[in-house]
Design a protein around this ligand. Structure first.
Ligand code: SF4
Length: 368
């Protein structure tokens, strides 16, 4: 019986959905709990995805809501509390009130391992809780550990301790090499990232065991476990794997990821939404706002209704200004040009790949 809780948050995006399917099938012994924090303003496809996952996995996804006793939907409740002040990337009260606080309330004081679907081809850290009782694990990455754990395990002051643990761990043919790397101090010519990658290149299982042994000397939740099945995980999953998992399972990829053609000045571009989250999310690119206006005019109109008293979703431009025909044409043209430049630079023939690069920008709680 596990001494800690294992939880997996479904954001409504493709990566966390694929993670739920992946973990449930690869590690059936883990007693996982699933949750989703509902802002009340997600796209219909997100609610559909949650239903599909429940059916496919035979699980119950706990729906968490900020201000659960309010008669209003969570986002509107807090918007009123903030005097109509729309959230922005600088003042992101929405993530705090609608995602982080409900999650921390759900967890309480229990020791928890939280599984996060940041992919192996992404260069961003997921949400790392400031609460000591919550530890994040990243199963899709070569390095499954969070940055704070790595910083402690590889710090110069712990070198002797880590060397002594490594003597009891099997690094295969890389035993001496692992010791050499561990012995080398981190400095400006040998960064923490380089040290981490060098160790991962020796033997991933050996490295994971090393970190797990180190955790025993800490207060992290996993220090209370005798074993952890993901120590053996050597998989690295990238974007294509995510689409494959969702398609093969029948759960499906949320429809808003589907690329749709548009014509502008004799050229054809493609747009879609690159991330899950609230339909009015301020992290949207201009072209995504155009997509929302043309594909979901009802939602665009609702987003417009929030813009009052000088508050706007996008910096320096209201949604009313954004849909003036000249402005929309300009956004599309600029977008097509940008895609062409990027495609030429990346030598990728697939314009459609490029929008997805943008999904990494934004909130690690909402877009996973
Ligand atoms: S999706 Fe965007 S608007 Fe919604 S809670 Fe997350 S950051 Fe805020």
């Amino acid at each position: 019986m596990s001494k800690i809780r294992h939880v997996l948050g479904i954001s409504g995006g493709k990566d966390s959905a694929a993670l739920a399917i992946y973990i449930k099938s690869k590690y059936p012994s883990l007693d996982l709990e699933f949750y989703s924090s509902d802002t009340g303003k997600e796209l219909d496809e997100t609610y559909q995805l949650i239903q599909n996952l429940e059916v496919y996995l035979g699980i119950k996804i706990n729906i968490l809501k900020g201000a659960e006793n309010s008669s209003e939907v969570p986002f509107d409740h807090f918007l009123k509390m903030y005097g109509g002040y729309l959230p922005s990337s600088n003042v992101r009260w929405c993530t705090k009130k609608l995602k982080l606080e409900p999650f921390e309330k759900y967890v309480g004081t229990d020791d928890v391992v939280s599984y996060v679907g940041i992919r192996g081809d992404e260069d961003r850290e997921g949400y790392i809780s400031t609460k000591k009782n919550i530890q994040s694990i990243f199963p899709f990455r070569k390095n499954i550990w969070s940055e704070d754990v790595i910083a402690k395990a590889l710090s110069n002051q712990n070198i002797e301790q880590i060397i002594s643990y490594s003597k009891n761990i099997d690094f295969g043919k890389y035993q001496d090499k692992a010791t050499q790397i561990i012995s080398k101090k981190i400095d400006t010519s040998f960064t923490q990232k380089q040290k981490l990658n060098a160790l991962l290149d020796t033997d991933i299982k050996g490295f994971n065991q090393l970190v797990f042994d180190f955790l025993k000397t800490t207060e992290y939740p996993l220090s209370k476990e005798d074993s952890f099945p993901l120590l053996d995980n050597e998989d690295v999953l990238v974007r294509d794997d995510i689409f494959r998992i969702l398609e093969e399972s029948g759960v499906g990829v949320p429809a808003y990821y589907n690329k749709i053609d548009f014509d502008i000045n004799g050229k054809t571009g493609q747009y879609s939404r690159s991330r899950s989250g609230c339909f009015f999310c301020f992290y949207q690119q201009k072209i995504e706002w155009v997509w929302l206006y043309e594909q979901h005019p009802d939602l665009y109109k609702k987003a417009m209704e929030y813009e009052k008293d000088g508050y706007t979703w996008a910096q320096g431009e209201s949604l009313e200004e954004l849909i003036q025909p000249k402005r929309m044409a300009q956004i599309k043209e600029e977008y097509v040009k940008r895609m062409e430049r990027k495609a030429a630079k990346n030598k990728s023939p697939y314009l459609i790949d490029i929008l997805d690069e943008e999904e990494g920008i934004g909130c690690a709680s909402c877009f996973v």
